[in-house]
Design a protein around this ligand. Structure first.
Ligand code: 5GP
Length: 190
């Protein structure tokens, strides 16, 4: 998506360890006009899907999911990073290895908000090695719900996540795919 790629080139900052900082428009300060366009584009790409819930993970995914949900007119649910490992039976839970924080989180979602009748679109800000997305997929599967697809704002195409998810047969739509970020030079997949 040209609008997003141009913004990444203008305001994104490449940090050591293959981390792209987009704090000025997506991850800390949020450009709502831009994110609104991202939401519209997700709707266009998943227009033929019957979606009943949008699922994301705290924290960065929530704002993007909420704006996107207005185009689908469905609720947003977000998986929470739980401090405790004493997890009661009322939640789906899984473990996620954090790319940016280099640690493992327990991630939970209340069973009240997701069930076998649901058709889920997963939304997140970044896709790198795929751990966050695989955790969310695990939660949807535990609920017996249907995964209709995954919408990602920025996929780092040189990491394995995209391939893993596409190989599972899931419709994965990434609005910008970065093929390399060597020497602070960003290139996008056409
Ligand atoms: P994965 O689980 O696919 O390895 O990483 C995805 C998660 O890690 C995203 O939810 C995002 O929060 C974070 N992440 C991964 N790579 C980057 C990056 O380059 N920049 C930022 N800002 N976050 C990232």
């Amino acid at each position: 998506m040209k609008l997003l790629e141009d913004r990444i080139l203008k305001d994104g900052v490449v940090k050591p360890g293959n981390v792209l900082k987009v704090d000025s428009f997506l991850n800390h300060q949020m450009d709502i006009e831009l994110i609104n366009e991202l939401g519209k584009e997700f709707k266009r790409r998943f227009a033929d899907k019957k979606i009943t819930k949008i699922l994301t993970i705290e924290a960065s995914g929530i704002g993007i999911a909420c704006i996107t949900a207005q185009y689908f007119q469905v609720p947003v649910i977000f998986a929470k990073k739980a401090q405790s490992i004493n997890i009661d039976g009322d939640v789906y839970s899984t473990q996620v290895q954090s790319f940016t924080h280099q640690r493992v989180y327990n991630v939970i979602l209340s069973k009240r908000f997701l069930g076998p009748e649901d058709h889920v679109l997963i939304i997140d800000d970044f896709l790198a090695n795929g751990c966050a997305l695989l955790g969310l997929i695990d939660i949807v599967k535990s609920a017996g719900a249907t995964i209709e697809g995954a919408g990602i704002v920025i996929e780092k195409g040189f990491q394995q996540g995209g391939q893993l998810i596409r190989d599972m047969g899931i419709q994965l739509e990434s609005l910008a795919i970065i093929d390399s970020m060597d020497d602070c030079q960003l290139t996008f997949r056409a």
